[in-house]
Design a protein around this ligand. Structure first.
Ligand code: PRX
Length: 656
């Protein structure tokens, strides 16, 4: 083996069976059923996906071939014609769901709105007509830069209705980031808002659009459509900018859904790698519609009676697949919340759960850790008994955070669905099925039915036991990205050339370290780029961090490798303490000992630094690259524009 694999040192043996009553009524009721689906999908992937596509979606014209695979380029449901908004809206209108709540929205200042399927359909049609009126045609790209308001979902769907691929830029990104993405996508129009409310403040958005477009900064953009949200004064450029409500007032509520080829582009979503230019991840229509639909249905056991709430922002893939397209395609009630826990209302999430009787709640480990740091009193003050399933996504979840989530939020009764996936995968790849899969805290458990995932070394040989390796996917799946927008070579290089094909099978390289335990459970160990090499042992970050977080004084931890003359690298830990604990040398020594006790001497941190802040991306992922530079006393190199709060760097440098 030319490259060492990654060692697993985590020891986690707790196992939680699915609740009996939930299992009895679940879409997938037990492990046996899961195994049968998986066996069928492995021997006959095309039959498996073809049957699901016929059963779960409506098509204007059938496909002639389920899969055309010319590695690394896949086409799914070749020649099939459909429109995702027909599946998300129109098909529900002829059923009792016509007047069911499609979208429940809660604004940060306390305003709220509910749109039924019929109402949502009408508004989407109106805006689709507005887009046409502004010259947007099938195939034109539309930039979306909005807060979490119903118009954001309507904007996505209006684009999809007329076949104009959208590219959503997260509202927290700067004017420069917006400009780069609009230029790369050659967007013809931008849909924005004057601003949004976030954490007791207003966030101006239109100003950033103006800046992005100034001096012909994004020359392809002809018009800007602006939703009035905060009511702050904004400049409207004559002939370029229009108010959403003005144009909506005159627009017809009827707009036929454009028949799209299954492989027509549905959207581009940019992921910011740690280096280089953001990649425009391209998703297409048919495969993505099916995959976001069926993954949500099975992994969250979605039912018509559910009130489903995903706390992500619509600017991330989670918002695309699991606030908008997946839930609506299933005819579910999806809840959208503009706010976030904030000083004036740290318990606001639980207010929303109680107010609407949320039954499925899906959030990120970073939120769970922040919420658990606030203690149990906020969730305990609300009635959370409507909850039946809890989900997490975005980072490995430390077992202790998982246990807190289960105990305090889930009342020891709700299964935790830890979903591993990526912008590139379109939907869940490794995840429990809540009625079928016994869960282990910190493990995303098994591949979704139809997904052939494995852990391999750099040559593509499977690794087992305590050895970790590289997480790969061995067979194409309908929700996979099709290419990097405008750069197919980058697509090939980034995802398909790290590990050579094995036995004729191309391996999708996810960039994550993982290991499979003796029961076949997958444990994600963190990004391969963050692996620490201590005296020849390659360790993932997640396991050492989890050991630290399992100490009662620790709320959150991030570990990195620091150059060490003897060991190559030495583990350095940044630790945020629980509110009631004070840093001291004695506590640092105790934490080091605690890690040794939990996972062994190899993982003993050489240094611990107490801090109140950690550098995070805007989607809440810890940016260990920055911590690595700080720990080694080096200048922070690379792009820091993805950081949520750049002042964190100053604080860390100043030793706060
Ligand atoms: O490192 C993995 C981590 O997030 C990466 C994907 O990030 P992004 O494209 O922004 O998508 C986030 C929402 C899907 C992965 O490569 N990640 C995501 N979910 C998990 C995770 N790591 C561990 N466990 C998860 N459940």
């Amino acid at each position: 083996m030319s490259q060492p694999t990654i060692e697993s040192i985590l020891n986690e043996n707790r196992l939680f069976a699915p609740p009996t009553e939930l299992a009895e009524q679940a879409h997938i009721k037990n492990l046996e059923e899961y195994r049968q689906l998986q066996a069928r999908a492995t021997t006959d992937p095309e039959g498996f996906w073809g049957e699901l596509a016929a059963r779960e979606l409506e098509w204007f014209e059938p496909w002639t071939q389920v899969l055309d695979w010319q590695p690394p380029f896949a086409k799914w449901f070749v020649d099939g014609k459909l429109n995702i908004t027909h599946n998300c809206l129109d098909r529900h209108l002829s059923t009792w769901r016509r007047n069911k709540a499609a979208l429940i929205w809660e604004g940060e200042p306390g305003d709220s709105r509910t749109l039924t399927y019929a109402q949502l359909h009408r508004e989407v049609c109106q805006m689709a007509n507005v887009l046409k009126q502004l010259g947007v045609q099938k195939g034109d790209r539309v930039g979306i830069y909005m807060p979490m308001i119903p118009e954001a979902a309507i904007a996505l769907l209006a684009c999809a209705r007329i076949g104009a691929p959208h590219t959503v830029v997260f509202g927290g990104f700067s004017a420069e980031a917006l400009q780069n993405r609009l230029v790369d996508a050659k967007a013809k129009l931008v849909i924005a808002a004057d601003g949004g409310f976030r954490k007791d403040k207003t966030v101006p958005l239109k100003v950033a659009v103006d800046r992005a477009l100034a001096d012909n900064g994004a020359p392809t953009v002809e018009h800007v459509l602006v939703v009035k949200r905060t009511g702050e004064a904004v400049e409207m450029v004559e002939g370029r900018d229009y108010w959403w409500h003005d144009l909506q007032a005159g627009a017809s509520g009827t707009c036929p859904a454009e028949p799209m080829d299954s492989e027509d582009m549905l959207f581009i979503l940019y992921t910011s790698g740690t280096t280089g230019k953001p990649k425009g991840v391209v998703h297409t229509t048919g495969g993505y519609n099916l995959y976001s639909h069926v993954t949500l249905k099975w992994a969250f056991d979605l039912k018509d009676t559910d009130v489903y709430w995903c706390t992500a922002d619509v600017g991330w893939i989670t918002g695309h697949s699991y606030i908008v397209y997946g839930p609506l395609s299933n005819g579910a009630t999806t809840l959208m919340y503009e706010g976030a826990p904030r000083p004036s209302n740290p318990g606001c999430l639980w207010d929303v759960v109680e107010k609407y009787g949320v039954s499925i709640f899906y959030t990120a480990p970073t939120a769970i850790r922040a919420l658990s740091k606030l203690g149990d009193r906020y969730p305990n003050a609300r009635d959370l008994s409507s909850l039946r399933i809890l989900g997490t996504v975005g980072e490995p979840i430390n077992p202790e955070a998982w246990m807190w989530y289960r105990r305090v939020i889930g009342g020891d009764r709700c299964p935790i669905v830890d979903t591993w996936w990526q912008t590139e995968t379109g939907g869940f790849m490794i995840s429990p099925l809540p009625g079928a899969t016994p869960t282990k805290p910190g493990s995303a458990t098994f591949p979704f039915p139809g997904i052939q995932a494995d852990v391999v070394d750099m040559e593509g040989n499977p690794v087992t036991g305590n050895e970790g390796g590289y997480l790969v996917v061995k067979h194409p799946w309908p929700g996979m990205m099709r290419t990097v927008y405008g750069n197919p070579e980058r697509f090939r290089r980034t995802y398909w050339e790290h590990i050579p094909p094995k036995d004729g099978q191309y391996l999708y390289f996810a960039g994550d370290g993982a290991h499979k335990d003796e029961d076949g459970y997958f444990w994600i160990m963190g990004r391969v780029d963050d692996v620490i090499n201590v005296a020849g042992h390659r360790l993932g970050t997640m396991e050492v961090e989890s050991a630290l977080v399992s100490h009662p004084a620790v709320a959150e931890a991030a570990v990195v490798g620091r150059n060490d003359e003897i060991k190559g690298e030495d583990i350095f830990a940044f630790v945020i303490l629980e509110t009631d604990r004070d840093p001291s040398d004695a506590l640092a020594a105790e934490l080091k000992q605690h890690v040794v006790r939990e996972i062994g001497a190899i993982a003993r941190p050489g240094g611990i630094r107490f801090t109140d802040v950690l550098p995070k991306t805007r989607s809440g992922k810890i940016v260990r690259r920055v911590l690595r530079s700080l720990a080694s006393g080096e200048e922070v190199a690379g792009d820091t524009s993805t950081l949520e709060d750049r002042s964190v760097l100053e604080k860390l440098r100043a030793g706060e």
